[in-house]
Design a protein around this ligand. Structure first.
Ligand code: NAD
Length: 421
């Protein structure tokens, strides 16, 4: 990697571009198609006036970026966070394009976000903001156009509000406009746990590939939200030993394994993982560098960087979050022979089950949880093997292999459709 300033290293859009460029070059991609796939098709910025509970008016900035619709409607979550920026949303949108292509589902890539602090807003304020954001995007979203889903700071309730607002405008109940809805409103069974479940499937495959066994397989997870807590719970049920949990306000370590259900209950009661009786309190950043077989960053971007990558002591890095590793850290991890399961493969269980939700909504016929899980397991296993086969054939690391597989698929469709110009 060329010398980057810390600011450049942490810019998710530049990180995405750097990996795309390597993949395009290795694939010998036509320069014209390279130019097309490098940029999003559409970026929308909206200013969202919201009447606050105290009678004042606040104006929030929101984005929706559609990176690609070559293989199907745009697909991607909506993030509510004070750190949302256009570069972040743009990067997340392109990662969705590559992720959907890695698991070979018929979606493009999109992402949205609002710069706000959901923890400091009431439910009523969040509802008004979500509905106005949806109203501003009416022409651009829809089951055949672009299908939002939850991400950090949003959840099933947010999706229900988006679905209802969209439906009020179109004068018909349209459940397929979003995924990640509550099950009684057209959500899919298994969606809530799907990203964590997908992570457990690729961890199983990685162990088999490396000749390691689940017995004594120590796991450290960063982030105990939707992705991290479900991954930890499902892995623990499979026999993995979850020895560490890092949250934004502290870390927990227990060499004998943390009881994940008890921790989830504790967090529900206390609002924090801190104070959990059956584990030693530890520094959340130092925890990432403790010895383990599998480290799962499942919180946010840029947590494995030039500042800590050389201190990691895991055998496998399984990226539950989007963009947790910087490009500079990629090179350090390669030198340390850490086996990376890249984000666009590792956390694709969520969007895969979102695809199942969209299919079920459009059919009006819903599957059992077993049916959903079996289909998910098969897609995750096949995709893991596809990425590894690419890595072997082209002599590249897993991340570049995943990008090559994805870029190849999107480029193929783009060429076949031809340029409308
Ligand atoms: P979430 O908001 O439910 O959980 C995130 C958790 O991480 C929270 O508990 C938060 O307190 C914690 N956290 C935040 N910053 C932290 C830090 N610096 N150190 C330790 N903990 C920290 O969000 P989520 O849906 O679980 O998403 C987590 C990541 O996974 C994001 O990168 C998201 O884009 C990605 N992702 C989510 C899904 C999904 O289905 N939810 C699918 C694919 C990828």
């Amino acid at each position: 990697m060329p010398n980057l300033t810390l600011e450049q290293e942490m810019n998710p859009w530049l990180a995405q571009e750097a990996r795309f460029d390597i993949a395009a070059q290795k694939l010998n991609l036509d320069p014209g198609i390279t130019k097309v796939l490098r940029l999003p098709v559409r970026e929308i910025t909206v200013y969202i006036p919201v009447g606050m509970d105290d009678g004042s008016i606040e104006v929030f900035t929101g984005y929706r970026v559609q990176h690609s619709i070559a293989r199907g409607p745009g697909k991607g979550g909506v993030r509510y966070s004070p750190s949302v920026s256009l570069d972040e949303v743009r990067a997340l949108a392109s990662w969705m394009t590559w992720k959907c292509a890695v698991v070979n589902i018929p979606f493009g890539g999109a992402k949205g976000g609002i710069v706000c602090d959901p923890g400091k807003m009431s439910q009523a304020e969040l509802e008004r903001m979500t509905r106005r954001y949806t109203a501003e995007l009416m022409e651009f979203i829809g089951p055949e156009k672009d299908v939002p889903a939850p991400d950090m700071g949003t959840g099933e309730q947010t999706m229900a509000w988006i679905m209802d607002t969209y439906s009020m405008h179109t004068r018909q109940t349209c459940t397929a406009v979003v995924t990640g809805k509550p099950v009684n409103l057209g959500g899919s069974r298994g969606r809530r746990e799907a990203t964590g479940r997908g992570i457990s499937v690729v961890c199983d495959e990685a162990l088999k590939h490396l000749g390691l066994s689940i017995d004594n397989c120590r796991v450290i997870v960063q982030g105990f939200g939707n992705v991290g807590s479900n991954a930890a719970r499902i892995l623990a049920a499979k026999g993995y030993r979850i020895v560490g949990i890092a949250e934004y306000d502290g870390g927990l370590y227990n060499a004998n394994g943390i009881d994940i259900s008890a921790l989830a209950e504790h967090r529900k009661q206390a609002g924090t993982v801190n104070g959990f009786r059956d584990a030693e309190a530890t520094d959340k950043d130092e925890l990432l560098t403790r010895a383990c077989e599998i480290l799962i960053p499942a919180a946010t971007e840029n947590v494995i960087t030039s500042r800590n990558a050389d201190r990691l002591r895991c055998r496998i890095l399984c990226e539950g979050a989007n963009g947790p590793t910087t490009t500079v850290a990629d090179d350090i991890l390669a030198d340390k022979h850490i086996f990376v399961i890249p984000d666009i493969l590792a956390n694709a269980g969520g969007v895969t089950t979102s695809y199942f939700e969209w299919v079920q909504d459009r059919m009006g016929y819903f599957w059992t949880e077993d049916e959903v899980n079996q289909r998910l397991d098969r897609i995750m296993t096949d995709s893991f093997r596809d990425v590894l086969a690419y890595a072997k054939t082209h002599g590249v690391h897993n991340r570049i292999a995943a990008y090559m597989l994805a870029v190849d698929r999107v480029a193929y469709t783009t060429r076949q459709r031809g340029m409308y110009a």
